[in-house]
Write a protein that binds this ligand. Structure first.
Ligand SMILES: [Zn+2]
Length: 130
């Protein structure tokens, strides 16, 4: 569901840039079953291909793509980094993590955008495994 919500952001032509667990809100029904996921806080978002003004990386956060600091063009894959960080937090509470999923999460942390998986790939894998 998280991946679906993120895909929608990208389809709308936006890069969130600050994609972390705090900015994901899960809406549950009365029985506590998760029904919908909302992505919030678009304070740092830019349009796909847009740039952030370069900033010092002293305040570096693990889910921020390097483009966030360098002022390079932002793209959907910039948010894949944050998606990976979220998945790592989720996988932490699982006793057993499928190897495929572990590898996919590792790929989300690649420095090169080209080496990172597409959100779609992550989504398809999650749908297949869960
Ligand atoms: Zn980037």
């Amino acid at each position: 569901m998280v991946t679906e919500a993120l895909q929608q952001v990208h389809e709308a032509g936006m890069v969130h840039s600050d994609f972390k667990l705090d900015n994901v809100v899960v809406e549950a029904n009365k029985k506590g079953k998760p029904e919908r996921v909302h992505i919030i806080d678009f304070g740092f978002s830019v349009s796909v291909g847009g740039r952030k003004s370069p900033r010092k990386s002293a305040e570096r956060k693990e889910w921020y793509c390097d483009c966030f600091y360098s002022g390079d063009k932002m793209q959907a894959k910039c948010d894949v980094l944050g998606l990976g960080v979220i998945l790592m937090e989720v996988l932490d509470i699982l006793e057993e993590v499928p190897e495929e999923l572990e590898e996919m999460v590792e790929r989300t942390q690649e420095f090169e955008h080209d080496l990172r998986p597409e959100v779609k790939e992550v989504r398809e894998l999650l749908e297949r495994l869960l």
